[in-house]
Design a protein around this ligand. Structure first.
Ligand code: SF4
Length: 374
């Protein structure tokens, strides 16, 4: 790559150039048309792990139904499942409600504009805190997420590991030194630059509005930046999923309130890797002590199926683990009737039309329906 001779330092001139460019070229997005901290928070939480275009209709629907922090604090699990269905990472929306409840209790329903108060609330990390403070309250605070780190590493030709605290601190210092009195357009500008020009792959350097400031470009290092450690390969596990069914209805249970897919509906299952045992004969497998203990603990009775059909595995990839779901379609009148009489766990018999299921279990249901297995 050709080296620029007239490379400028990242300084106030850069800051002005970025702000001017942002003000002229910014994309119109619904959360940029408001200064309501609650609305901005909802957008920021949705935008974690999810693309802008996907978020827009969810954001509008969410605020249409829950327009105030107070309404979110009172929202039911079912309502939140429905409004978040398809966005994934459901724990985000439950933390959001927890945030709303605490703001109601501690701050009389007003989101605080003090950093120390805001950052101590549920679901608020340094980036979200900076985003709320600078976008809603115009407080001079950096908002540095993974995309902004990429932009900064390239702009300054910073080859250090961006996951290291020391690298992050120096990026924060740099942004603090550049922030204008009103930080809004500068912080939004870095985010916008990362989304439109300084993209993870195939950055548009030739047309970039701040190319003359970019040391990574001048040094021909753009493709190698940022320097981030390779992600660990996800762990892969084989899990038995028990689909109890009768007259086309299936049995769903409420999952535990902690951990993966917390508090969502799912099938009874054992979240232990059965990679060796799962290959054994169905009858032998179902006699496994872990499975017997599971049914005693969950439903208070032993499994006594009158028919079992085994299908799959169906794969579902989470960010840190891959589930290979082996479905056991079971008719067992004892379990089926028993769940109406025991108190725990929370269960529902449904054709799946009436409940929101996370994608992993939706895949199982689609697999079953498509093949007319029940
Ligand atoms: S010149 Fe390229 S690497 Fe530098 S900020 Fe612009 S898009 Fe990013």
């Amino acid at each position: 790559m050709k080296k620029l001779d007239n490379i400028k330092k990242i300084d106030r001139e850069f800051s002005n150039t970025l702000v001017d460019w942002y003000n002229q070229e910014r994309r119109i997005l619904p959360w940029r048309e408001t200064e309501d901290p609650y609305h901005i928070l909802v957008s920021e939480i949705m935008l974690q792990q999810t693309q802008v275009n996907t978020v827009i209709p969810y954001y509008l629907r969410f605020l249409d139904e829950l327009p105030t922090l107070e309404s979110l604090a009172k929202a039911t699990d079912e309502q939140l499942h429905r409004l978040w269905e398809g966005l994934g990472y459901y724990s985000r929306v439950f933390r959001l409600r927890q945030f709303a409840v605490e703001v109601q209790e501690k701050y009389n329903g007003r989101i605080p504009n003090e950093k120390s108060q805001l950052i101590s609330l549920p679901g608020i990390g340094p980036y979200t805190c900076g985003a709320i403070l600078s976008f809603a309250f115009h407080v001079k605070e950096p908002a540095i997420d993974g995309n902004v780190k990429r932009v900064l590493a390239r702009l300054t030709n910073d080859t250090r590991d961006i996951s290291k605290v020391a690298t992050q601190r120096s990026m924060e210092d740099l942004v603090r030194s550049l922030l204008p009195e009103d930080p809004y357009a500068f912080n939004q500008g870095l985010i916008e630059l990362g989304a439109t020009y300084c993209r993870p792959r195939q950055p548009r350097c030739q047309e970039c509005p701040v190319r003359t400031f970019c040391e990574g470009y001048a040094n021909g290092h753009v493709e190698d930046l940022p320097n981030k450690p390779k992600k660990k390969k996800q762990k892969e596990v084989s899990l038995p999923i028990f689909v109890f069914h009768q007259n086309q209805e299936m049995l769903f249970v409420k999952r535990a309130s902690e951990g993966l897919l917390a508090s969502l509906w799912g099938f009874p299952m054992i979240e232990e890797n059965f990679v060796e045992n799962i290959e054994s004969e169905t009858e032998v497998f179902l006699q496994h002590q872990v499975i017997q203990d599971y049914f005693i603990e969950q439903f208070g009775i032993r499994l006594q199926p009158i028919s079992v059909q085994r299908v799959g595995p169906i794969k579902h990839v989470f960010s840190h683990v891959i589930w290979n779901m082996h479905l056991f379609l079971i008719e067992d009148p004892n379990v089926w009737n028993r769940v109406d009489t025991v108190e725990s766990p929370e269960t529902i018999k449904s054709t799946d039309q009436d409940i929101s299921l996370p994608t992993a279990f939706k895949k199982c249901v689609e697999f079953i329906y498509e093949r007319e297995l029940i």
